[in-house]
Design a protein around this ligand. Structure first.
Ligand code: ARG
Length: 457
């Protein structure tokens, strides 16, 4: 008799090349915990509705626990001949329990089974990642508190623009990861709808109780349409999109820190434990971890692309194409998981080279915009003020000096008496202290935000 679950109408062996093409056990074994959890809930439900006796369900639940233990300990034998994780576990159950094991699949199909397992896996993945992102946010808030008084040059177009507090910089990423967490929570809602009971595509004539399975597995509700439930992978796609955006946020930060750790910037001293050396250049300390966090974003975005193309144009309901969803899903998750974990560690261990930052902070006219706004407060129309400060910057470039070093006449020529008040806004420290608006880098605003995040995390 065939070892396969569908051997009845077939004679002879499957071609080896077909076995190799169609197997998924080499990657979906990773779903074993979810498969066992879902099967145990299914068995208990079958007993509730009288399709199994209480003893039979108990025996199945116990045997599934044992099989799970075997897999956990690496004592379970996997074979590509048995296709996938669902077949392996059911086959092992039948080996232990005989006819009782042969009843487990009552009222379900591998189609709704795999959809349920993957949803449980994504749910677990979302919960684990949410905890990691929260820790990353905590690391960023700690860094904001540690360097609350440090002023950095802020950039647009990677050109010096206006001064920002280092704390403001770190909190910018806290906001990004907060949105990422919000997206994951949102994805979790749509994931948390039970497919099991859709059976192959149309449901079943057996008196199953889907609400019981949903309750046991912590699903919020039961999928309303069996054709949709057996074919839906929107949640996987959504999850991998959410992962892609996290990867993008990490990549932007990694790029920044790669630049900041160069001799040219010199802003950061990266910890040795997160760098590697060169086999030929003895002086090198390379930011490989940051480069790989940036580089691995390509994998995650590639995984998203892979899922998008995979799901395009599939007719209802289940198609075997769907088996190809898992590797992209697992890879995207593993990659982002590792990157988020390392990012938090690096943020905790990296220190700014404050003297280098301070030694060049007055370069680049970081106070020019604040000077312009000061003119506006003196009644000069904004466009006029913009042009006047532009000319002052040009004068500085000709004289190779800073705005604060220009002669008083140049200010008074813009508006009589102006030279008497510009010292209040010139120089980076003054320019920074002048900020006021909500959400700005104004020290009081930043303190408020640090306190809010402290409270929240
Ligand atoms: N290994 C399959 C998958 O991952 C399980 C479902 C197989 N269903 C089927 N009708 N062949 O999608």
């Amino acid at each position: 008799m065939s070892q396969l679950t569908w051997g009845g109408r077939f004679s002879g062996d499957t071609d080896d090349r077909v076995v190799a093409l169609t197997e998924s056990i080499s990657f979906d074994r990773r779903l074993y915990r979810q498969d066992i959890r879902a099967s145990q809930a299914h068995a208990r439900m079958l007993a509730e509705v009288g399709l199994l006796s209480k003893d039979e369900a108990d025996a199945i639940v116990r045997a599934l626990d044992e099989i799970g233990g075997q897999i956990e300990r690496g004592e379970f034998t996997f074979s590509t001949k048995l296709e996938d994780i669902h077949t392996h576990i059911e086959r092992a159950l039948i080996e232990r329990l005989g006819d009782v094991g042969r009843k487990l699949h009552t009222g379900r199909s591998r189609n709704d089974q795999v959809a349920t397992d993957v949803k449980l896996w994504v749910r677990d993945g979302i919960d684990a990642l949410d905890a990691l992102l929260r820790d990353l946010q905590k690391a960023l808030v700690e860094a904001a508190e540690r360097d609350r008084d440090l002023v950095l040059p802020g950039y647009t177009h990677l050109q010096r623009a206006q001064p920002v507090l280092a704390a403001h910089y770190f909190l910018a990423y806290v906001e990004k990861y907060e949105r990422d967490r919000g997206r994951l929570a949102d994805c979790r809602k749509r994931t948390n709808v039970l497919p099991l009971g859709a059976a192959a595509l149309a449901g079943t004539s057996l008196p199953i109780d889907r609400a019981s399975v949903a309750r046991q597995l912590g699903f919020e509700s039961v999928a309303a349409n069996s054709l949709d439930a057996a074919s839906d992978r929107d949640f996987a796609l959504e999850f991998v999109f959410d992962l892609s955006l996290i990867a993008l946020h990490l990549a932007g930060w990694a790029e920044e820190w790669i630049l900041w750790s160069t001799t040219e910037f010199g802003f950061l001293e990266l910890p040795d434990a997160f760098c590697t050396g060169s086999s030929i250049m003895p002086h090198k300390k390379n930011p490989d971890v940051l480069e790989l966090i940036r580089g691995k974003t390509a994998r995650v975005v590639g995984d998203l692309q892979r899922l998008l193309v995979l799901l395009k144009g599939l007719p209802l309901a289940y198609n075997r194409d769907l088996q190809e969803d898992k590797e992209a899903l697992f890879d995207a998750y593993d990659t982002v998981h590792a990157s988020v974990e390392l990012a938090a560690a690096m943020i905790r261990e990296t220190r700014f080279r404050k003297e280098v930052i301070a030694s060049r902070l007055e370069d680049g006219f970081l106070d020019a915009t604040t000077l312009m706004e000061h003119l506006v407060l003196q009644g000069v129309p904004l466009r006029t003020a913009h042009e006047a400060v532009g000319k002052l910057v040009k004068a500085c470039e000709e004289r190779r000096c800073r705005l604060a070093q220009l002669p008083a006449e140049l200010f008074d020529a813009i508006k009589p008496g102006l030279s008497g008040s510009v010292h209040k806004v010139l120089g980076v420290a003054n320019a920074l202290a002048a900020f006021k608006s909500a959400g700005s880098t104004a020290p009081a605003e930043v303190e408020k935000q640090i306190a809010q995040w402290r409270q929240k995390l």
